[in-house]
Design a protein around this ligand. Structure first.
Ligand code: ADP
Length: 367
């Protein structure tokens, strides 16, 4: 729906002219970073040179007023920017935007993290991203796990990304979602010896220098653990919220609590905990065995002040499908397990929308 509204906004803005050039501001590539959320619209008009700011102030006002008059629009924020250095041929290139936003077209970002490795964080990230896409959302998946970038393999991507202009990388795409991995920038076995500044540099590059385009949600597969690297990443990425993955035997342990505290420290909402390998699902008879007993996870999550988002069983199908590049949400979309991921995706998207609306300023405008 918001994509439709954004297109209508662009159509409206085509009626606004650059006074000097005599062409409309959309065709001139001046409208960048257009975002819409529940009728609230924001965009940037890139005027190229600071000296044109005065001349463009009436254009900015005119653009705001024209969009405000549209059906379904509640508020409009248009800002002028003058820092763009490149010729404005590609209007929606995020990297051309110098307004301070790393990914102007990305509406929400959710980090998936875990207290330690091997709990199924990447498997959860990939299935969550695909389940969000199955809801009709535009989804990206950023593999920021320097210790084991496995997302391209799980998505069945074997090629490397290319750059069409030598500056901006095109994200890889499969199963309907866009993907970039820190593993594309570095060999798998050297990434883990990176130090903080190198990690941050690479991460920034993956956000700023990738043509993410318009995304409803970007899922970030974080490196496991709660050390300095993770903390800095959590601060650096403009996160809407986070999801913590844990196995049942760890959920009451320090690792998960540390994860919760890490995000709380940097004031990022914890959407909740996913319990992975929650119970054993027998591949022969389908019987469920609660190896680590059952129900404790929900209580523990709640005792720690976090929501319980759902449980995923230990099932060989989940391992085989994700390790084989065709995760269960796409390979068996009607299976119980796919449904479990989809239910988690519903909750995550709901919470992301809550956050987006909350930070949207006044929702009802009385003139
Ligand atoms: P992490 O990202 O936490 O290191 P991964 O997602 O890479 O963990 O998972 C580690 C291994 O466990 C992978 O081989 C994966 O296929 C498998 N795995 C993860 N979750 C499940 C599950 N629910 N059932 C079966 N195997 C799983």
């Amino acid at each position: 729906m918001s994509a439709q509204l954004e297109q209508k906004v662009l159509d409206t803005l085509k009626g606004i002219q650059d006074p000097a050039k005599g062409i409309d501001i959309v065709s001139a590539g001046m409208v960048i970073g257009l975002q819409s959320r529940d009728g609230h619209i924001a965009f940037t008009i890139d005027i190229g040179e600071p000296a044109r700011a005065k001349e463009f102030e009436p254009v900015r006002k005119q653009a705001e007023e024209a969009v405000h008059a549209m059906d379904g629009v509640l508020s409009v924020t248009a800002v002028l920017t003058a820092e763009k250095k490149t010729a404005p041929q590609q209007p929606q290139q995020p990297a051309a935007d110098q307004s301070g936003l790393l990914m102007p077209g990305v509406k929400s970002i959710v980090a998936v993290s875990s207290g330690k490795g091997g709990v199924g964080k990447s498997t959860t990230s990939v299935n969550l991203a695909l389940a969000l896409a199955a809801k009709g959302l535009q989804v990206g998946l950023l593999d920021a796990d320097i210790y084991g970038p496995s997302i391209p393999r799980m998505l069945g991507i074997t090629d490397k990304p290319v750059s069409l202009d030598g500056k901006i990388l095109e994200p890889m795409e499969n199963h309907g979602i866009k993907c970039m991995s820190i593993g594309f920038l570095v060999e798998e076995d050297t990434a883990m010896i990176w130090r903080g500044p190198m990690v941050m540099g690479a991460l920034e590059q993956l956000m700023r220098d990738v043509n993410w385009g318009t995304l409803d949600i970007l899922v970030v597969d974080m490196p496991p653990g709660t050390g300095d690297v993770q903390l800095t990443m959590a601060q650096k990425v403009p996160l809407t919220g986070s999801v913590i993955v844990s196995t049942p035997q760890d959920i009451a342990l320090l690792d998960t609590r540390k994860g919760l505290n890490m995000f709380r420290k940097v004031e990022i909402p914890v959407f909740g905990i996913v319990e992975n390998m929650s119970y054993f699902s027998c591949p022969h008879c389908g019987e469920r065995t609660d190896i680590f007993s059952h129900g404790g996870a929900r209580q523990t999550a709640e005792a720690q002040g976090a929501d319980f988002l759902g449980e995923i069983p230990l099932d060989i199908k989940i391992r085989e499908t994700s390790d084989g590049g065709n995760p269960i949400v796409t390979s068996e979309p009607d299976s119980e397990h796919a449904k479990a991921y989809k239910a988690i995706a519903d909750k995550v998207w709901f919470k992301a929308m809550e956050q987006m609306n909350g930070s949207q300023g006044p929702k009802i405008v009385f003139d």
